[in-house]
Ligand binder design. Structure first.
Ligand code: HEC
Length: 160
């Protein structure tokens, strides 16, 4: 290999390395804010475990998604429950889950079989666990407006 060719090869290698470095810098910067998951739970591990167990037992996921998990057969456009504790407080959730007619508290645009069912027959213990868990599901403030719009779209079917 001639001396000039070697120089060119080294030059190309340096440019490639610089581009790789620049790209990885760009990626790490955008992922820190844009792609961060805005949802979290501020409950203790015990409340999280117990809440998730009740949530599973009552098959809430047949209509709702949570932690981006939804039933593959899910067709009901119910609001996602991620961040619901930033939209509703514990007393509201307790009343909603005990209501004989939940649609009196939150009107529905859906057919009867897709609406939020009444859980007024649920044992008090289960309801308390579920309420503590749901109330702990929070959203980071930079995503709150987006969450409110998503909820509004689900509840009204409108563009919001
Ligand atoms: C048959 C489908 C279905 C099931 C099962 C169901 N939900 Fe719902 N839920 C809905 C729908 C639809 C809404 C929106 C209001 C409406 O249309 O009645 C809703 C609304 C809610 C809301 C209010 C959300 C908001 O944005 O304010 C909460 C909280 C909730 N459900 C919790 C639960 C929990 C907890 C369970 C399990 C114990 C459950 N749901 C089971 C369909 C369902």
């Amino acid at each position: 290999m001639k001396k000039g060719e070697k120089g060119v090869l080294i030059g190309i290698a340096l440019v490639v390395l610089a581009l790789m470095f620049w790209n990885s810098e760009k990626l790490s910067k955008s992922s820190s804010q844009d792609k961060e998951i805005p949802f979290f739970s501020d409950a203790s591990m015990t409340v999280k475990r117990a809440g998730a167990e009740v949530y599973r037992r009552y098959q809430c996921k047949s209509c709702h998604s949570l932690w981006t998990v939804k039933d593959i057969m899910q067709t009901v456009p119910a609001p996602a429950l991620d961040g619901v504790g930033s939209l509703r407080d514990a007393p509201w959730l307790a009343r909603y889950l005990a209501a004989a007619d939940p649609q009196k508290m939150l009107p529905s645009r859906l057919k009867k079989e897709y609406r939020m069912p009444s859980y007024s027959a649920m044992p008090k213990k289960d309801r308390e666990v579920l309420v503590s868990y749901l109330a702990s599901l929070k959203v980071k403030s930079w995503y709150l407006d987006e969450l409110k719009r998503a909820e509004c779209r689900k509840l009204t079917g409108g563009p919001c």
